[in-house]
Design a protein around this ligand. Sequence first.
Ligand code: MN
Ligand code: MN
Length: 459
Amino acid sequence: MSEIFKQKNAWLKYDEAGKAKVMDFCEGYRRFISDNKTERECVRSIIAEAEANGFKDLMTADSVKPGDKLYFNKMGKAVALFTVGEKPIREGMKILGAHIDSPRLDLKQNPLYEDTEIALLDTHYYGGIKKYQWVTIPMAIHGVICKKDGTVIDVNIGDNEGDPVVGISDLLIHLGANQMDKKAAKAVEGEDLNVTVGSMPLDKEEKEAVKKNVLNILEEKYGLCERDFISCELEVVPAGEARNYGLDNSMIIGYGQDDRVCAYTSAKALFDAEASDRTMVCLLVDKEEIGSVGATGMHSRFFEDSVAELSYKLGNYSDIDVRRAMSNSHMLSSDVSAAYDPNYGEVYEKKNCAYFGYGSVINKYTGSRGKSGSNDANPEFIAKLRDAFDKNNVTFQTAELGKVDQGGGGTIAYIMGNYGMNVIDSGVAVQNMHAPWEVTSKIDIYETYLSYMAFLKEL
Ligand code: MN
Ligand code: MN
C-alpha cells in the first residue's frame, strides 16, 4: 500500500503509559455497552452522565445563555446534548451524531404461545440480520411494559446476576440434511426466530399449563397480564457482557457496537471538550437500522425542534436563525464502517477499506449501485477535517464499505445533508457487523474519540 495514504498502526504511537490510557478508556466503553443494550437504556445512562457533568433539561430551562449545557430528551429514545457557544447559533453548530438502536429481535404484540409443552415468544427481527447467526446463543429480554394506568415498568431478564437466559433453538446436524442444502438466507427464516422461555407445567392446570406458568412468573415479577403484551416494547438481545478480545486484549467483542461505539465516543468527546465559540452538539438517535423513521429517528423534526427551542430560549427567536443554524453547521455522522476481514478479503478493495489499528474511518460516501442513497461529502469540508486531525496527531483512514457493487449501506448523513450542512460519515471499523457479537479495535475506539475531540476543537 502507498505510504502516502497509510499512516502507521496507531498502537505504535503509544508507550506503555499511553497504552494503559487507551485500555482504561475502552474499559469504560466495555462497561457502557454491557449495561446499555437498548436505545432507552442508552438515553437514560447518557443523560445521567450529562447531569453529572452539569447538563440541564432544555425543556424546563427558563432561559439559556452561552456556556450553558443542556439536553433535549425525545421520548426517552433519542437525545440531543448542547454546549452553548458564545457565537449566535445562526452561525452554525458543530454536531456529532450517532445512532443508539441496534439489530435485535422484537417481541410481536401477541407473542406468547405453547407448542408440545414448550412455551415460546414469537418475534419480528429489527434491522438487517443474518438470521442463522441468532440461534443457539444465550439471549436476554430488555425493554418496558406500559400499563393502562400509565405506569412504565422496566424489564431486564438475563443480564442480572443469577438470572436465567432465553434463546432460539436450531436443528441438530444429524437431522439437518434438508436445511444444509438451503441458501444461507433461507436456512433460518424470520418466522423461525421463536424464543424458548419455558417447559415446566403449572400444577393443576389442564390447558396450556407451561404457558400459564410463564405468565405467572411474569405477573409475579412485573405485574404483567397477557393483554399487557400489546403495549410492551421488549427486545431480545444477546445476553452477557462485552469482553476483551484477542490474546493481547487489543479488541472488544460485544453486542450493539454499531453504533454505540460512536455514540459513546461522541458523548465522551462533548463532555471532555473545552469551551468553544460555536455551539457543540452530541445527537444520539433511534431507528437508524430501519430507515431513520418515526418520531425518534433522524427523519423526525425533533432535532430541528430542539434547535428552535434553544434559539427561542436564547432570546430573539426567528425562523431564519434556526434555518441558518442548521445550514451553517458542520457534522460528523458518527457511524461505524466495515473492518477488513482476512477471512473474507475478496469483498474488500484493499486500497480503499478500513483496517483495525489504523484509527478513525472517514467515509466520503456510502450507498450502493453507484453511490445511490449516500451523502457524498464535499472535499472542501474533508480538507478542513484532514487539517484538524493532523494538527491533533489523530490517526485516521478513509474507506468505502466494500468493493464497488458488492453491497452497501447507509447512515443518517444524507438526512442532515438535507438541511444544507456539511456532513461526513466518520467512526470506528467493525468486524462481524450486525452479528450478535461485533468486534472493534480498542486503539480505533480511542483514536475516534480523539478525532471527535479534534473536530470540536478546530472546526
Ligand atoms: Mn450504523
Ligand atoms: Mn447498522
